[in-house]
Design a protein around this ligand. Structure first.
Ligand SMILES: Cc1cc2nc3c(=O)[nH]c(=O)nc-3n(C[C@H](O)[C@H](O)[C@H](O)COP(=O)(O)OP(=O)(O)OC[C@H]3O[C@@H](n4cnc5c(N)ncnc54)[C@H](O)[C@@H]3O)c2cc1C
Length: 352
C-alpha cells in the first residue's frame, strides 16, 4: 500500500510531490493537466512587498528563504534552471511615496527595499515609462512554472497517472482509501478552483479570480532580469519576449481570454512602455483564491485520511513550498498547522 495519492497536476500537486519525496513518503499523482490553465499561465513572480500600504508580505521573512532553498534543490534534482532572481522596479508617482519608501528602507523593510533612489534617465530602462525616480525591491524573482511542472512530471513519471480523477471510484475506509486498483493510506486533493467538483471538499467555497496575461515581443525594450511594476507587471522572458499581467475578474470564471481583458492589459501596457510591440499570445486561467486570502490545508472533518492543499490564490509560488513542508511536518510529526491556513476554519460549512 502506498502512503498518498495526490490529485492534481498543477503547482500545488507538484510541490506536494517534491515535499513528500524529500521525506521518502511514497505517492502516486493522479491528474490531467488540461482541466485548469492556472499554473500554466502564471508569471511565477514572488514579491516580498505589498505595495498598497508598503508592508511586508505575510511571513515573507520565513517564506522567501525557504522558497529559494526549495526550488534550488529541485533545480539540482532535475538539472534545469527554474528560478531567476530579479530586481523589481517600482516607479514613484508622488513625493510622499518616495519619502515613505526611504523611511521604511532604512528601518523595518531594509531586507527587502533597496535604500537607493534611482533616477530614470541615468539607467538603461529604454522605452519604459518612468517619469522620475524609482525604487527597487530586493529578494524578488520568478519561477518558470511551466518548466517546473514539466520537470516534475519527468522525474516522477513512473508515479504519474494521466487521467481525469473519477470521484465515484474513490472508496473510503477508516484506515485506507482505494481508487480503482490502487490502495493508499491517504489522499490529498490539489485541484485548484476545480475543487468545486470534488464531492468531499466542495463545501469549501473559494473566491476564484480569473486572470489574463499577454506575451509580447519587442526588440526596443531592454529589461533584463527585472520586473517593472505599476498597476500590473512587465517581465522579460527570452529572445525579446515579455510577459504582461495581470487582470482580476470574479464574475466570468471561464478560462477563455476575452476582449475586455485584452483592452485592460493594453491600457496597463500604455502606462508602462512607449515603444512598438506585437502580441505573441493571450492566455487566461482561474486562481484558486480563498475568501480570507490564505491557503486551505488539512484533513477532512469526517475522514482523517482525506486531505486538501488549496487556496494558493495569487501567490502560489511563494506559499506552496513553505506550506507543503508544514503539511508534511503536520502529517509525519503531528506538528500543528498555522491557524490561518488550517482547513478547520471552514468546518462550520460542512454538512454531514
Ligand atoms: C494570469 C495569472 C497569473 C498568475 N501569476 C502568478 C504569479 O506571478 N505568481 C504566483 O505566485 N502566482 C501567480 N498566479 C497564481 C498561481 O497560478 C496559482 O496560485 C497556482 O498556480 C495554483 O496552483 P494549483 O495547483 O492550486 O491550481 P491549478 O493550477 O488550477 O492546478 C490544478 C490541477 O488539478 C487538475 N485537476 C483538477 N481537477 C481534476 C480532476 N478531477 N482530475 C484530474 N485532474 C484534475 C488540473 O487540470 C490542474 O492540473 C497567477 C495566476 C493567473 C491565472
Amino acid at each position: 500500500m502506498i502512503e498518498f495519492i495526490i490529485v492534481g497536476r498543477g503547482l500545488a500537486a507538484s510541490v506536494i510531490a517534491h515535499a513528500l519525496h524529500q521525506e521518502n513518503i511514497s505517492f502516486k499523482i493522479i491528474g490531467n493537466e488540461s482541466l485548469s490553465n492556472c499554473s500554466k499561465v502564471a508569471a511565477g513572480i514572488w514579491n516580498p512587498i505589498v505595495f498598497k500600504r508598503l508592508t511586508k508580505s505575510w511571513l515573507a521573512d520565513e517564506i522567501i528563504p525557504y522558497l529559494n532553498q526549495f526550488y534550488s534543490q529541485v533545480e539540482k534534482k532535475v538539472n534545469k534552471k527554474l528560478i531567476t532572481q530579479r530586481a523589481l522596479i517600482k516607479p514613484f508617482t508622488e513625493e510622499q511615496e518616495k519619502k515613505l519608501w526611504q523611511k521604511k528602507a532604512s528601518l523595518e523593510l531594509s531586507d527587502f527595499l533597496d535604500d537607493t533612489i534611482y533616477n530614470a534617465d541615468s539607467t538603461n530602462l529604454n522605452n519604459c515609462k518612468i517619469i522620475n525616480q524609482y525604487g527597487i525591491v530586493k529578494q524578488s524573482g520568478n519561477l518558470d512554472v511551466n518548466e517546473f511542472l514539466k520537470s516534475t512530471n519527468s522525474i516522477f513519471t513512473e508515479s504519474v497517472i494521466d487521467e481525469v480523477f473519477d470521484y465515484n471510484e474513490l472508496k473510503i475506509n477508516s484506515d485506507f482509501v482505494s481508487y480503482k486498483n490502487i490502495k493508499t493510506k491517504n489522499i490529498i486533493f490539489c485541484e485548484g478552483y476545480l475543487v468545486k467538483n470534488n464531492p468531499h471538499f466542495n463545501w469549501i467555497k473559494l473566491k476564484p479570480a480569473k486572470g489574463e496575461v499577454l506575451t509580447l515581443v519587442s526588440s526596443d525594450l531592454k529589461l533584463k532580469n527585472q520586473i517593472l511594476n505599476r498597476n500590473g507587471f512587465l517581465m522579460d522572458l527570452d529572445n525579446d519576449t515579455f510577459k504582461l499581467g495581470a487582470t482580476y475578474e470574479w464574475d466570468d470564471l471561464s478560462e477563455e481570454p476575452t476582449q475586455k481583458g485584452l483592452v485592460e492589459l493594453q491600457t496597463k501596457l500604455q502606462q508602462l512602455i512607449s515603444c512598438e510591440y506585437t502580441i505573441q499570445s493571450h492566455q487566461a486561467g482561474v486562481r484558486p483564491s480563498s475568501s480570507d486570502r490564505r491557503p486551505i490545508i488539512g484533513p477532512h472533518p469526517a475522514h482523517k485520511n482525506l486531505f486538501i492543499f488549496n487556496g494558493l490564490g495569487t501567490k502560489g509560488v511563494m506559499l506552496a513550498p513553505y506550506f507543503a513542508k508544514k503539511f508534511v511536518n503536520f502529517y509525519l510529526k503531528k506538528e500543528t498547522l498555522h491557524n490561518d491556513v488550517m482547513v478547520n476554519r471552514f468546518y462550520s460549512q460542512y454538512a454531514q
